[in-house]
Design a protein around this ligand. Sequence first.
Ligand code: WT7
Length: 646
Amino acid sequence: MTPSPDDRYEPPSSFVDQANVSDPGIYEEFERSWPDCWERAADLLDWHEEYDRVLDEGDAPFYEWFSGGKLNASYNCLDRHIEAGRKTHAALKWEGKRRETRTYTYQDLYGEVNEFAAALRELGVGTDDIVTIYLPMVPELPIAMLACARIGAPHSVVFAGFSADALATRMDASDSEYLVTCDGYYRRGNAFNQKSKADNALMTLDRSVTTVVVDRLGEDLDHSLDTDQYDYGDLVLAHAGATVSPVARDAEDMLFLMYTSGTTGQPKGVTHSTGGYLAQAAWTARAVLDIKPEDTYWCSADIGWITGHSYTVYGPLALGTTTVIYEGTPDYPDRSRLWEIVERNAVDVLYTAPTAVRAFMKWGEEYPAGHDLSSLRLLGTVGEPINPRAWKWFREHIGGGDCPVVDTWWQTETGGMMITTLPGIGTMKPGSAGPPLPGIGARVVDEDGAEIDPGETGYLVVDRPWPGMFRTLYGDDERYRSEYWDAFSTDDEWVYFSGDGATVDSEGYITVLGRIDDVINVSGHRLGTMEIESAIVGVEGVAEAAVVGGDGGTNDTAVYAYVSTDHHHDPNEELRERITANVERAIGPFARPEQVVFTPELPKTRSGKIMRRLLENIANHEPLGDTSTLRNPEVVGEIEATERDQ
Ligand code: WT7
């Protein structure tokens, strides 16, 4: 994983010559003028009222950025581009699962966002009411987000693959009384019912919820509307031509809430601000993804996660570019699907996940080779480390051998990119994300918070605030402080802890190694092992469970569950199926364990703590090291034997 020192790539001069940011002096300049340097990001936005201060540290770690300023995110993503004479420019290009395509110009998008905003208002949505959105990758998803932003109602998008239970937990935790969902969507060609999941979630909530249903499947799936349920198409039609003036929001007002997994069973409601978040999303989309208004840009992530929020919707639209939304998967109906979309739309910039790159690599270069990908100018990845081999393959077979590739490190909590090379400036080293972006105080430290020497391994922290940072965990300031700030802060310095381990080289390039807490990353989906464990121990017959991330030999992390049964139950296929089904019910199919390994006992320390590290080593076929601190060392051999037999 660690880059070899002579593996270096420079961006081609043809790229540098046209890059949005190409002056290496920017690092120095941001250092010199910090935090005022961030005005450059704020300047990319239109403000209803200018801010008084760039940064207010008075109530740290509850920082405020651009305080006193007022703005509206939907105005910044729509109205101002129309006012600039770009109303006929394509804002959104949608590629449906059945090869349907839809293009929305900025005028079209503005029109429908306004109509839906008017409808939401009429349904009673007021400023600061949280609207939950539970939609797959259809145009109505960004439309609903922007409609909420327009009326000052924070959205909480819940990934469509989550189960009814997971949706209910999130709606309950955010006291959300509004839901936007759909009848269903196509999964590998078949109609799949989403509304029944939403209805099941609503049944468990103890308050009434007003629901809007997008009819995605038409005649392919019947659905009916209950009281308090409205058809999206009818609502928009009833408000045809309506306009809603964008609500001026304080820079610090919440733009949205996004639930993410942590180390306890309870998901965390990460809250993002309007001003700082949008400024960093737009700034990084411009500086790192090099987005120009005339580009066709494609981020393949689902909008149900933070990547899609920042780099499919807010960043690209704030810059007035054309953003592609793809509803399907990369291998349906065939493995050329993405390359066909790139070719047909002449995509300029592609931002995707290492897990996708590894899949492309496995399928073989004949799929991209069959398409003209010469429109691509820049490639990017996010979500997990990309190993040098995959990085090079991506550059070679998708990027035509000379596209720069940016490996971007960031998190739901950071709101926008934090560590990566700037493609118009920096040397790229495959396997390393790069230096912190200008103005970003990312460092790798030892457990005492002292900076480590190059080549050593430590903890990835951020020692200065940044505009796109989350402001708190919804309704839980205490958890915000204890989970992120307590570990490394000192009497005179607040330090944010990312939860990741990392190394750094002599040139300050950071290689992020992955989570050091009980969070795993499965195909770009962040999962708390505790959440999965609590779904497993909820199954009758299970005594104890421990979940770790295991590498099935493919470099892709999968969920491995180690389970002991109570003395009334035998470990058998039937129990295994009930376990899997319960995980799907509690979280969603994407959290399904790849392996359920039964063991008479879980390995425990003398104080009774489950040794997850050890299980992780077993799952990854790594050396186990010292097992003498175990209370029950004999169990290790048994687990290894069971796993071999499976
Ligand atoms: C975790 C955050 C940010 C959008 C996608 C995931 C891992 C992210 C990289 C990278 C190595 C990475 C980290 C991080 N991660 N980018 N370039 N190299 N690891 O957002 O669900 O909040 O997950 O993803 O472990 O903490 P998320």
